[in-house]
Design a protein around this ligand. Structure first.
Ligand SMILES: C=C(O[C@@H]1C=C(C(=O)O)C=C[C@H]1O)C(=O)O
Length: 283
């Protein structure tokens, strides 16, 4: 058990969450917060095991264990259409992938299941799925298609490759007309019961950090360019395409995803979306 008054916060190791974390007011919390950076599936597992108290996880992982969590309002990684960092690289058209091998990255939960939904429900093909470490060249040696997410997808999209490239956010919007939410900000119910005021203060700090990022996107663009490479214009476009809101439109798209996931047997039921609200005064 961690000491009282300490909250462990997960941070996805990809640039897509920077607009929420970049301006976080760390000084306000002293040593009461601990930060744990991992790929999404690492954080999904750590949150479930109680090794992380709150933070970004795959929206699919929330769907699997929703009874343990509440979701922070106004925080997510979402898009209406192309994301540019959730990419399927494929050697032949999607319609010809039936019976082929498709490699899935071990880092992803939401997007691998989104790919299964799109291929099965909308394209009508059933490939064989194999999990692998996210490396395009190695994956494509053994497969007809490979999915990459996050910065791995961004770096691969800058390579000169002979493959078709399909954007998973774009495909979802094409077939459903809806938003898609890839990451949500979840908090464990035990943490809410133990530290209601601190949870409320962290939520408020994330909202302030997000607002500061919207006012000063150039700082985030410069940080991404320095750490990952690429041009300032690339990162401006990348961050402009993403939304970090989690309002009625994003929730409607996510609910549809949960329904389709349950219909395919990927989830045991369509997950309800429970929102956290600040009852710290009355709890
Ligand atoms: C937008 C992205 O969404 C990510 C995809 C996730 C998944 O597939 O499980 C989880 C978190 C998100 O950060 C991305 O990776 O670029």
């Amino acid at each position: 058990m961690q000491p009282d008054s300490l909250i462990r916060i997960g941070k996805i190791n990809y640039t897509n969450v920077w607009p929420i974390y970049h301006f976080f007011p760390h000084e306000r919390f002293g040593s009461r917060l601990q930060w744990i950076g991992q790929v999404p599936t690492g954080l999904n597992r750590a949150m479930l095991a109680g090794e992380v108290d709150m933070g970004a996880i795959s929206s699919f992982a929330y769907g699997e264990s929703h009874e343990r969590y509440e979701l922070f309002p106004e925080l997510s990684v979402s898009a209406l259409g192309n994301v540019n960092s959730l990419l399927l690289f494929h050697k032949k058209p999607l319609e010809e992938l039936d019976g082929c091998t498709v490699m899935l990255p071990t880092s992803s939960a939401t997007t691998v299941n989104l790919l299964k939904i799109v291929l099965s429900r909308f394209i009508g093909v059933t490939p064989t799925y194999v999990y692998a470490a996210p490396s395009l060249d190695t994956m494509m040696k053994h497969a007809d298609a490979a999915l990459l997410i996050g910065d791995d997808a961004i770096r691969a999209s800058w390579q000169d490759t002979p493959y078709h490239v399909s954007d998973m956010g774009g495909l979802w919007q094409h077939y459903t007309g809806e938003w898609m939410t890839f990451a949500v900000w979840a908090v464990r119910k035990e943490t809410i019961a133990r530290e209601p005021e601190l949870v409320a203060a962290v939520h408020e700090a994330f909202l302030q950090s997000k607002a500061a990022g919207q006012k000063d996107p150039e700082s985030i663009v410069a940080a991404a360019q320095a750490e990952i490479g690429g041009t300032a214009d690339y990162w401006r476009g990348y961050f402009r395409n993403l939304s970090h809101d989690f309002g009625p439109e994003q929730r409607r798209g996510l609910s549809l995803y949960y329904r389709y996931a349950a219909e395919l047997g990927l989830l045991s039921e369509p997950a309800p979306i429970h929102m956290w609200s600040d009852n710290s005064v009355t709890r």
